[in-house]
Design a protein around this ligand. Structure first.
Ligand code: SF4
Ligand code: SF4
Length: 187
């Protein structure tokens, strides 16, 4: 039976678990931030007294000497292994409407958080790691606002640049530390 998308009761998986992408060598990724969102997140962090690590994610250039412009940044997890968004309120009893941990900046959360679990717009694809997808399969609908946010990100990141670069974060499980690189690579 197909169900409309809704967060699974008490789930906070997407705010906690970070993945290696595109491979272990690139380290764990953070929440994607557009350049204007980076400034907003830094200011929210300051207001809330929260320490954040924001690294570049995607850069562009017209030659191979290195990225000249950063198209997107990433908000790294607070844990040593790269997990757990620093804005996730894991220490209080406050909970979101579906019972998961609450987000301290919910009303101003990044577009990437608003888009999840939609990760592709045409055709629409949801992240198979989302607990809803794992427990309930493909939803029948109710992902319009997520899709709208994803399309906004895609439009902002459109580029005619000749070279695209990806930043290796250097962050991941301690057992993988010898494999994980830091710095830019051409995509
Ligand atoms: S989007 Fe998916 S992984 Fe994230 S809290 Fe909702 S059900 Fe859980
Ligand atoms: S900003 Fe909020 S919604 Fe986004 S990952 Fe962090 S805690 Fe979750």
């Amino acid at each position: 039976m197909l169900l409309d998308f809704a967060c699974v009761k008490e789930c906070s998986k997407c705010c906690i678990e970070r993945e290696y992408y595109p491979s272990v060598e690139f380290g764990k990724i953070g929440v994607l931030l557009l350049p204007e969102e980076k400034r907003q997140i830094e200011s929210s962090a300051e207001k809330n007294g929260i320490k954040v690590i924001i690294l570049p994610r995607i850069g562009i250039s017209d030659d191979t000497s290195g990225p000249k412009t950063v198209l997107a940044y990433q908000l790294m997890g607070a844990d040593v292994d790269g997990n757990t968004c620093p804005f996730l309120d894991v220490t209080s009893d406050k909970r979101s409407p579906h019972g998961g941990y609450s987000c301290k900046i919910y009303d101003t959360r990044p577009l990437a958080c608003r888009a999840y679990p939609v990760i592709q717009s045409s055709p629409i694809v949801l992240d198979s790691k989302c607990k809803f997808c794992q427990d309930c399969g493909t939803p029948s609908g109710n992902v319009d606002s997520e899709l709208e946010s994803l399309v906004k990100i895609q439009k902002k990141m459109e580029t005619g640049a000749k070279y695209i670069w990806r930043y290796a974060t250097g962050i991941g499980e301690p057992k993988d530390k010898d494999l994980i690189k830091t710095g830019w690579s051409l995509v």
